[in-house]
Design a protein around this ligand. Structure first.
Ligand SMILES: NC(=O)c1ccc[n+]([C@@H]2O[C@H](COP(=O)([O-])OP(=O)(O)OC[C@H]3O[C@@H](n4cnc5c(N)ncnc54)[C@H](O)[C@@H]3O)[C@@H](O)[C@H]2O)c1
Length: 318
């Protein structure tokens, strides 16, 4: 798919990933409608972009809607545990009812839909690294279940819409993404460490810090989403989009201290309930079928992220 003049609905487009994605779609000549209820996103994310080819609609995707479109990209859902656990019922409704509303809209208009799912569908994995064929190890009763199980249920509904109704559904399981523009109060590890280091505060490490994550720079994640949206013959398929450069939380803390030039201490807090011990994507499928792989090294991505946070904090952002 060439995006020029395509009518593209980006649900959750006022959020962190959405802001970067919408910019790229507009650069490629798309006509974009952002649907967002500004729960964790903000109109400021899209400042300066609104015009002939971008409109922003205040809409909660839990409510049905109808809008002519060629492609729907569903990013709507808070992604940070702090935010998605603050209102678990709304998180579950957004994941499940929101995704159902969007895929039904895509069906009515013969549009394609790309769903932002998550590595959290693998839960606390017993298999490492995680390939798309792995079924996962997820608690359906814990405090993270609203998000993890909500995203799993959404995958089920969308893939049934593909099998039963022939809707062109594509699923991206995003792994931890970071970069400029993350909310200052996002609450995830990279932004927490960067904000704390720049403010001269101790870095909060949950658990013993040996748990691992794999961090993907936001432009790489957006490239993966665009490759999935544009590719031919990918309907009904699921892809890991993430960076296999696995690091412990302690390594990230050390790197942030070095790159910010801040000699702050580390402060230990108990591990979060159901926090995964290890997380690393197997991206063989994305390499082969999308021709995609991340390009930005962690150190380079962190430098760009730190520069952005430094600028915003200096300008008084909170
Ligand atoms: N960023 C990551 O590391 C990561 C990792 C895995 C999956 N994802 C997925 O990618 C998507 C985007 O993540 P993000 O980091 O940009 O998160 P974000 O919280 O910055 O953005 C989510 C956007 O969705 C909007 N939203 C939430 N509920 C809504 C609703 N009911 N109706 C309409 N809009 C709603 C928010 O206001 C926000 O603008 C999410 O679906 C998330 O689950 C992100």
């Amino acid at each position: 798919m060439n995006f020029e003049n395509q009518r593209i609905v980006v649900a959750g487009g006022a959020g962190f990933v959405g802001g970067h994605l919408v910019r790229r779609l507009l650069e490629q000549g798309a006509r974009v409608t952002v649907l967002d209820n500004f729960h964790t996103g903000s109109r400021a994310t899209l400042a300066g972009l609104e015009g002939d080819r971008l409109s922003v609609v205040d809409h909660d995707v839990c409510a049905p809607l109808d809008m002519a479109c060629d492609l729907v990209i569903n990013l709507a859902c808070p992604a940070s545990p702090e935010h998605y656990q603050a209102d678990p019922l709304q998180t579950w409704r957004t994941s499940v009812f929101g995704s159902a509303n969007l895929v039904e809209m895509a069906q009515r208009h013969g549009a394609r839909i790309v769903q932002a799912s998550t590595s959290e569908v693998y839960g606390d994995p017993e298999l490492h690294p995680q390939a798309e064929t792995y079924w996962g190890n997820v608690s359906c009763t814990g405090p993270r279940a609203c998000y993890d199980e909500g995203k799993r249920a959404a995958e089920t509904y969308l893939l049934d819409m593909f099998r039963e109704k022939n809707v062109d559904v594509r699923i991206a399981r995003l792994f931890n993404t970071y970069g400029p523009g993350m909310a200052i109060n996002d609450g995830r590890v990279v932004s927490n460490f960067v904000v704390q280091a720049l403010r001269g505060e101790a870095l909060t490490v949950f658990g013993d810090g040996t748990q691992t994550r794999s961090f993907c720079y936001v432009s790489d994640t957006v490239n993966g989403l665009l490759a999935l949206a544009a590719g031919r013959g990918l309907q009904g398929q699921v892809f890991n989009i993430g960076n296999p450069d696995e690091r412990s939380v302690l390594e990230i803390a050390e790197l942030v201290r070095t790159l910010t030039g801040s000699a702050v201490a580390m402060r230990r807090e108990p591990a979060a309930i159901d926090d995964p011990r290890r997380r690393c994507p197997d991206i063989s499928r994305a390499r082969q079928r999308l021709g995609w792989a991340p390009e930005t090294a962690l150190r380079d991505g962190l430098e760009m992220t730190i520069a952005d946070f430094r600028g915003r904090l200096a300008a008084g952002a909170t």
